[in-house]
Design a protein around this ligand. Structure first.
Ligand code: HAM
Length: 424
């Protein structure tokens, strides 16, 4: 009988790939600390209503992509498809709006969307995200973008492009949508079937349709442009943000048709894209959501944030040849008999106390086996203990890269390994 397999659109993350995941996570934690963002961990499932109200009834996420189920108590629950609505729920639930209205939080974890799986698009995927709640200054939008930019930079992910747009406040959006709908009604015969439905349910989403017929409509010189509908306050916000980005040396382009797939955005919307991953080109995205709190029954609270997909970042790291480094083990302890095994485990304990990463194999006691395995692991040093070494309380240290070897006492050996570790 064949073995059971993971559900479609999910995968096991293991082996050498884990090194890259850890690297991304470490950079996220480090950058969060440097910018003063605190971690928040919300539940994997929430009440379905949080997403219908927060993300928006008419979005693809709510319409087609949620993993929703009824629990034994008859409650409708949903595996979280994103992290912003849960973070705002936590903010409101714990009374931050009243007691400490300005918070900076980050999170990291699995999200779930019932999408058609392909490279870089999973049904269970992982995001890290940053949210600054209670700040309405455009400088805070710039800080969020700077954090995203720094994380990509620190990981060596260059060649990314930042696309910016402003969706305005609800009244700008309302005026624009009215005009857009009137315009598109006149062109309805050229719209694709999906956009005909979107025109009624979520007209802004028409703007990022890739269909050729729809694209031709967008090229028309009389096609209404969102930026022409921005009120003075929204225009000012956008101008200040773009000026700040220039000041921070963060290159960007304006994409007037960038609308994003979640309804909560107001004013700033942005996406960070790569040309290396085919159709799944967004490695991160975000924006301002000054009405999300109200949509969830809270007071008016400003907010801005972004989230990035870790799977896509790991794919990129691999593609750029940054990936799949060997384990970070510095030394392989190779016992040649049972007594050697005991001595090496004692040595292993000392290594661990001193922070020297070691690996010890208990499967076989032949020299050939150990050397082959150490080579496969690309470990720099191997420590061997045979009968002669045991009698004199000595260890044989072999440098697998240069071929050199030394016979050393335990203290000499640890000193050398520590020096090597520090110079690595
Ligand atoms: P989003 O654009 O839906 O935004 O997702 C952010 C990132 O998650 C995407 O750019 C992509 O890298 C990754 N992603 C999304 N769906 C998948 C998938 N099926 N498989 C793999 N990766 C995926 C949000 O989720 C907002 N909550 C971002 C935000 C935070 N806005 C304000 N604050």
């Amino acid at each position: 009988m064949p073995y059971l397999q993971v559900p479609k659109g999910t995968r096991d993350i293991m082996g050498k790939e884990i090194v890259l995941w850890r690297k991304v996570e470490e950079v996220v934690y480090e950058t969060a600390k440097n910018f003063g963002y605190e971690e928040i961990r919300t539940p994997i499932f929430e009440s379905t209503e949080l997403f219908t109200r927060g993300v928006g009834e008419g979005t693809d996420i709510v319409q087609k992509e949620m993993y929703t189920f009824t629990d034994k108590g008859g409650r409708s629950l949903t595996l979280r498809p994103e992290g912003t609505a849960p973070v705002m729920r936590a903010y409101l639930e714990h009374g931050f709006a009243v007691q400490q209205p300005r918070v900076k939080w980050f999170y990291l974890g699995p999200m779930f969307r019932y999408e058609r799986p392909q490279a870089g698009r999973m049904r269970q995927f992982h995001q890290f995200g940053f949210e600054a709640i209670g700040f309405d200054s455009p400088a805070c939008d710039a800080e969020i973008i700077l954090i995203a930019w720094r994380i990509y930079e620190r990981l060596g992910l260059h060649k990314l492009s930042l696309e910016m747009n402003s969706l305005g406040c609800p009244s700008c959006k309302f005026r624009y949508i009215e005009t857009l709908q009137q315009f598109l009604q006149r062109e309805i015969h050229s719209l694709c079937d999906t956009c005909k439905v979107r025109l009624e349910k979520n007209p802004l989403r028409v703007l990022d349709c890739k269909n050729e017929g729809c694209q031709t409509i967008f090229q028309s010189p009389s096609f209404p442009r969102l930026q022409d509908f921005l009120c003075e306050e929204c225009s000012k916000h956008q101008e200040t943000l773009l000026a700040t980005l220039r000041f921070l040396d963060i290159p960007f382009s304006i994409n007037p048709r960038l609308v994003r797939g979640l309804d909560y955005y107001t004013r700033t919307a942005f996406e960070i894209k790569t040309g290396e991953l085919g159709a799944q080109d967004a490695v991160g995205g975000g924006g301002r959501y000054d009405n999300l709190s109200q949509a969830l029954g809270g007071p008016k609270v400003a907010g801005v944030g972004f989230a990035a997909g870790i799977e896509r970042m790991v794919l990129l790291l691999n593609k750029m040849g940054q990936g799949l480094h060997a384990l970070e083990t510095l030394v392989y302890l190779a016992p040649l008999d049972g007594e050697g095994e005991l001595h090496l485990l004692v040595l292993g304990r000392r290594c661990e106390e001193l922070g020297i990463p070691f690996y010890m194999d208990f499967a076989d006691k032949t020299l050939k086996y150990h050397l082959k395995k150490a080579q496969k692991m690309k470990v720099r040093f191997v420590v061997l203990v045979g009968k002669a070494e045991l009698q004199n309380s000595l260890f044989l240290l072999k440098d697998m890269f240069s071929g050199e070897q030394w016979t050393l006492s335990q203290e000499e050996l640890l000193k050398k390994l520590q020096e090597e570790k520090n110079s690595a």
